[in-house]
Write a protein that binds this ligand. Structure first.
Ligand SMILES: Cc1ncc(COP(=O)(O)O)c(C=O)c1O
Length: 472
């Protein structure tokens, strides 16, 4: 992952969505048409560089000749400019797109140009070569019979590699037998809640604020969902009354705080004393920048904590790979429930991840990402501090993860207005207030993800964010 704000060797489609259906097979005509539209709609602005023919061809999975022909067509139309020895750039053209149409297009977050939504890693940094090499090694070694229907708990090789990795990197006390692999944390949480509901659990506590989508998944799986308020040290354990409590102790989502040592110990003690279950959502625990990460909460109460991890932040959400490290008593019920559903991620992908973990290339990739995300975070913090932005960083937020949280100044514009302004500047971020269950606790602010843009586009995305936030 590059992070210098310059045009990147790995830029692929250059951070713009070309709206191409790659499955249909892309010819030079279709590619030229979608580039034309991107230029006319100002998604590719005058003066900006287009990716090299080699990179765009690789990214789209087409021949280099296809991209060259598309570029030649657009040069002929005067939309692109080429100069010997220099990158091809977009020519200065008047946009014939009516104002109203552009307005409505920018309303959809997915169409906004600068993606600063939280929780998304830099997908342009996906370690394609490492993944392919690991897959090749894994496929060479796997006996044919292991390509049969997978084990409902996940392939033993992945469970073994995860048990070792989680113990080493997050201090989790587990074994391959206690790990179950899922198609994402959402699926894991849903199935876990279904199992717990069958065992008589009628309510689950979530931190308030937390991700509404996850609360919805839990609620649809049976139990009632309740909120527990937070302060700068995490939830007050005595405030949790349900038999199951879902927390994000390493890096609270969305506030970005970490649960204090005292609260962790107290939560573990209460869970043991009252035989409650804690679900530890360790979604971005690998990414702590200011110090070594604090070990997982699971370490101090392994019988009471379900530890949850995911590949969505370290590699890519599209892999749909996540895992639970379960207390002994839940292993069989969860395995059984999972076996009924026949929902296990593809064995080949599980084996590839296992091989990356085993060979050390996963660790290397995470280290690279950590360094890149840390630099990005520093740049955002420095830019916000130096600018006239009046919103303040969420006070107890730690230097970690893929996002940071801003509180809006009470005397300034409302969250709705700021979000509208950001959309006008084509910047996608998340509002903070939507994360609360209890209206009385609700605070206005922004949750800004700094990981999503490809390296070469990050500087521009940051400038667009600042422009929108400092606009009068
Ligand atoms: C708080 C939180 N937990 C967990 C996840 C991981 O979810 P999944 O593994 O389904 O991608 C996310 C992803 O956005 C998240 O924001």
């Amino acid at each position: 992952m590059r992070d210098d704000g310059s045009s990147s060797e790995r830029s692929g489609t250059g951070g713009i969505d070309l709206h191409l259906d790659r499955r249909a097979g892309v010819g030079s005509g279709e590619l030229a048409a979608s580039l034309r539209t991107a230029i006319r709609e100002n998604r590719l602005t005058a003066g900006s560089r287009v990716p090299s023919t080699r990179l765009l061809a690789t990214d789209l999975g087409v021949s280099r000749g296809t991209v060259t022909r598309a570029y030649e067509l657009l040069v002929a139309e005067g939309l692109l400019v080429t100069r010997q020895g220099a990158a091809t750039t977009v020519a200065a053209v008047d946009s014939p797109v009516p104002e109203r149409r552009r307005e409505s297009a920018t309303r959809r977050a997915t169409e906004l140009r600068w993606d600063l939504r939280p929780g998304k890693p830099d997908l342009s940094g996906f370690p394609r070569a490492d993944w392919l090499a690991a897959q090749r090694r894994a496929l060479r070694a796997v006996p044919a019979e292991e390509l049969d229907y997978g084990h409902p708990a996940g392939h033993p090789a992945l469970r073994g590699a995860l048990a070792e990795y989680l113990a080493r990197v997050r201090g989790v006390r587990t074994s391959p037998e206690r790990i179950v692999v899922f198609g994402g944390y959402g699926e894991a949480l849903g199935m876990l809640c279904e199992v717990l509901a069958r065992r008589g659990v009628s309510a689950v506590d979530f931190e308030d604020p937390s991700l509404p989508e996850l609360r919805r998944i839990a609620g649809e799986s049976g139990p009632r969902v309740r909120g527990v308020p937070l302060d700068g040290s995490g939830i007050e354990p005595a405030g949790a009354h349900s038999p199951v409590v879902v927390v994000t102790p390493a890096h609270q989502y969305p506030l970005g705080i970490t649960m204090s040592a005292e609260r962790r110990i107290e939560l573990g003690r209460l869970a043991r004393a009252e035989d409650r279950l804690i679900v530890e959502d360790d979604y971005d625990g690998e990414f702590r920048f200011d110090r070594e990460p604090v070990a997982a909460l699971q370490r101090i109460a392994p019988r009471q904590v379900v530890y949850a991890g995911t590949a969505s932040k370290t590699l890519a959400p599209g892999l749909r790979l996540a895992w639970l490290a379960l207390p002994e008593r839940l292993v069989e019920p969860v395995r059984e429930h999972k076996a009924n559903g026949d929902r296990t991620p593809p064995v080949t992908e599980q084996l590839t991840l296992a091989e990356m973990l085993r060979s050390g290339s996963y660790d290397q990739h995470v280290r690279r990402c950590r360094a890149g995300y840390e630099r990005r975070r520093q740049r955002v913090v420095a830019a916000l501090t130096e600018s006239k932005v009046r919103h303040e960083l969420y006070p107890a937020g730690i230097a970690a993860g893929l996002h940071l949280t801003l509180r809006l100044a009470p005397e300034g514009p409302s969250e709705r207005r700021v979000l509208r302004r950001l959309r006008r500047h084509s910047v996608a971020v998340k509002g903070l207030s939507e994360h609360w269950m209890d209206d009385r606790l609700r605070q206005e602010g922004l949750v800004i993800g700094y990981a999503a843009p490809p390296g070469h586009a990050f500087g521009q995305a940051l400038r667009a964010l600042l422009r929108a936030l400092t606009e009068d």
